[in-house]
Write a protein that binds this ligand. Structure first.
Ligand SMILES: Cc1cc2nc3c(=O)[nH]c(=O)nc-3n(C[C@H](O)[C@H](O)[C@H](O)COP(=O)(O)O)c2cc1C
Length: 180
């Protein structure tokens, strides 16, 4: 998992919480420097608190981390939230930090990559980059909650997006009410 410097770091934090609650998942987390600032601003959270929610925490500069190599086996990678800067890096394989390198590895090894962009409105470059990631086999899952489950709280709105990510990871959950 990677948390980058887009608004909505709560999506990443909530995904970490749910994976921990569900149990049985080993989570390697990369947090960018920009994400750290937003984490503090939006959630008043520190890196230490994030560390407790994952198995291993890496800085974006640690290009020698295991997840930088395709020989290290992981099931999937989720970039949540994904800034337009990181989206551009992934879309163009410009792997100057660990987030972009791990995503590049995920794509080249044909593993599941999910990016959760958070930006509005979009430029043609943003849209082109989303198409590039899609063409390479990644899944673009915009932080775009639905309202047919009649959410009563911010948590329920956030959980809709997080639940969609879990669905794509084939992880069973009950964090939102499905349309029946
Ligand atoms: C308060 C704040 C909110 C931001 N929100 C977004 C956002 O929603 N989407 C985005 O693409 N960039 C956003 N940015 C800009 C990114 O943080 C910036 O482009 C940064 O370089 C991204 O770096 P990273 O992808 O390495 O984390 C925001 C910046 C700040 C300070």
């Amino acid at each position: 998992m990677a948390i980058t410097g887009a608004s909505g770091v709560i999506y990443g934090v909530r995904l970490l919480e749910v994976l921990k609650e569900l149990g049985g998942h080993e989570v390697y987390l990369i947090v960018t420097k920009s994400a750290l600032k937003i984490l503090h601003h939006e959630l008043d959270m520190s890196l230490k608190e994030l560390e407790e929610l994952c198995d291993k925490l890496y800085s974006e500069d640690l290009l020698e981390a295991p997840v930088a190599s395709g020989s290290f086996l992981v099931d999937a990678m989720v970039v949540i939230p994904c800034s337009m800067k990181t989206l551009a890096a992934i879309a163009n394989c410009y792997s100057s930090n660990l987030v972009a390198r791990a995503a590049e590895v995920t794509l080249k090894e044909r593993r599941r990559l999910i990016v959760v962009p958070r930006e509005t409105p979009l430029t043609a470059a943003h849209i082109r980059n989303m198409l590039r990631v899609t063409v390479m086999g990644g899944v673009v899952l915009p932080a775009c909650p639905a309202f047919y489950h009649k959410p009563k709280s911010v948590r329920e709105i956030v959980d809709f997006v997080v639940g969609k990510v879990l669905d794509l990871l084939n992880i069973r959950h009950n964090i939102f009410k499905r349309w029946e």
